[in-house]
Design a protein around this ligand. Structure first.
Ligand code: FAD
Length: 510
């Protein structure tokens, strides 16, 4: 292990329990190849493995180490579905198409299961089953969900009444739950490292510490510049998540980065078994966006997010420790031995962005908080499309690329989104608000340009207000189904979001 390997993978629980390989050599020559994958997270590694397995030449260029980011730092829950609530997906594209997408997401779960078996590294699988619990009595809501998932979509789910939930999770905070018996949990870093090895065994080449500095997508052969070598490839797959940045700025601007935090407690011994006898994963994501599970025998791995501005890691750590203790008061004081942040990227519609964005340029992105199954699914879909011409990826076309607001817009959504739990209603409204902000900035820029072009001795009034009439001519700024943008303030946005949330919930339950 190199001296810096531990720090490459951060102070996570996983980096402490997983054997870390030495760095792979950076690219230091020119390469001609069928497919170049930018990004060595789970999405990029899966694409590479599947392309190589089908006999094409493929190389991954990774700016740092494979799986150093979200892919090696997440909570490890492998479950079907997407970051977007399935009810919202049905609302948008109808039941048959939503069902087809759900089946693809299940195929992603199966891909991970098969790959874990194939790479045969001990200790990757860590638990089985997933309980999605409610923090409010909501039997009707649970029944509606089970009806949709179980009956309409044929998913294997069970509804657990409050007593059964509290039998295994001894807290008065929880009520009904939906149980997914086929979900399971993994050590994501061990999985990703095993996946990288499997990709190489299949023939893929992986270059670490090799940032793609520029991608020239024009022409039949795409050119990817790295510090010490150039790749020429028939196809390029952009799998850089929120880290892609300037390499493809317009695509990067379609993502909202969100930071989540994970802590692993000290050994809790009998305190843990007295409170939790469920050995799968638990989410109360629909209300509080918390996921947890037992690791290392008697520790709790707890992931949560910030509600409001995150000032410092220490404060966030204390906040999560308090949330844990409030859920399970019988633990008494609990401290995290390990604590780390990680970032995920969401599209405005919270669905993955998968597909060919221009001839020969593919995107595998926006897996949000549910990327283990969906990145596997995306990798397989893209490889099948590239090598076999399979166009199943087109099922994702209704979830097109929507501009997510540039830096200012994304800051705004980061500070408000968690508070209202990132409902799609909020995100839609926020998108309109950001679009309006952008228009305002453009108008201001145009006005400034106009002002400076006037003669220097002319007295210029500078207190002119920006007109508050929305410019609706740029329809492409508007996400599908969103009403016309109206100017609004952050406060009005939040109020309207609350209203939209209530309306949405009522609609769902009616
Ligand atoms: C705290 C947390 C908990 C989560 N829990 C779960 C969970 O329990 N279950 C689940 O399913 N999902 C979970 N997720 C989501 C999941 O981890 C992600 O969706 C998934 O890992 C994204 O994979 P990726 O390959 O798209 O991106 P990343 O893992 O971010 O990888 C992108 C890679 O691309 C590289 N890159 C970017 N730009 C360039 C460039 N120009 N040149 C070269 N390389 C570049 C980066 O260095 C990086 O290594 C969680 C996420 C977080 C943050």
């Amino acid at each position: 292990m190199g001296a810096d390997d531990q720090s490459d993978y951060g102070p996570t629980w996983y980096s402490g329990v997983t054997p870390l390989p030495a760095s792979r050599t950076p690219l230091n020559y020119d390469l001609d190849i069928d497919v170049c994958v930018v990004g060595g997270g789970l999405a990029g590694l899966t694409v590479a493995r599947e392309v190589a397995r089908r006999g094409w030449s493929v190389a991954v260029v990774e700016a740092r180490r494979v799986a150093w980011a979200a892919s090696g730092r997440n909570s490890g829950l492998v479950m079907p579905g997407f970051s977007a609530q399935i009810e919202k997906v049905v609302e948008r594209i109808g039941l048959p198409a939503a069902k087809a997408l759900w089946e693809l997401s299940e195929a992603g779960v199966q891909y991970v299961r098969d790959t874990v078996a194939e790479i045969d590294v001990a200790g990757i699988t860590e638990g089985k089953g997933w309980l999605d619990v409610s923090r409010k009595p909501d039997a009707d809501g649970a029944l509606a969900r089970i009806g949709l998932l179980g009956q309409e979509m044929g998913v294997t789910v069970e509804g657990w009444p409050t007593e059964r939930v509290r039998d295994v999770l001894k807290t008065s905070r929880y009520f009904e739950a939906i149980y997914f018996p086929d979900a399971f949990q993994i050590n994501p870093l061990a999985y990703a490292l095993g996946l990288a090895d499997a990709a190489e065994r299949a023939g893929a080449r992986i270059f670490e510490n090799t940032p793609a500095l520029a991608v020239d997508p024009a022409g039949v052969r795409k050119r990817i510049e790295t510090p010490n070598g150039r790749v020429r490839a028939g196809h390029v797959v952009l799998a850089g998540n929120i880290h892609l940045g300037a390499v493809a700025q317009q695509l990067a601007d379609t993502l909202i980065p969100i930071t989540a935090f994970t802590g692993v407690t000290q050994p809790l011994g009998r305190r843990l078994t007295a409170a939790i006898t469920f050995h799968g994963a638990v989410s109360d994501s629909r209300r509080a966006n918390v996921h947890y599970r037992i690791v290392g025998g008697d520790r709790l791995l707890w992931t949560g997010s910030a509600s409001g501005r995150v000032r410092n890691l220490k404060g966030m750590r204390r906040r999560l420790e308090r949330a844990l203790c409030a859920t399970y008061p019988r633990f008494g004081a609990v401290e995290f031995e390990r604590f780390w942040p990680a970032e995920m990227g969401f599209a405005v519609h919270r669905m993955p962005q998968i597909g060919e964005v221009q001839p020969g340029v593919w995107l595998a992105s926006a897996f949000g908080g549910q990327g283990l199954n969906t990145s596997a699914m995306a990798g397989d879909l893209i490889a099948r499309a590239l090598v076999g011409g399979d166009d199943s990826w087109r099922l994702f076309l209704p979830f097109e690329l929507v501009w997510a607001g540039g830096r200012a817009g994304r800051m705004a959504i980061r500070t408000t989104a968690w508070w209202l739990h990132q409902s799609e209603a909020l995100i839609r409204l926020a998108a309109q608000w950001r679009a309006e902000l952008r228009r305002r900035r453009q108008r201001q820029k145009a006005e400034r340009a106009d002002t400076t072009s006037r003669s220097a001795d002319q007295k210029v009034r500078t207190d002119k207000k920006v007109p508050r009439i929305p410019d609706t001519s740029r329809e492409r700024d508007r996400p599908i189904g969103a009403p016309e943008a109206t100017p609004t303030t952050a406060l009005a946005l939040v109020r309207r979001a609350g209203h939209a949330l209530r309306e949405g919930r009522e609609k769902l339950l009616s």
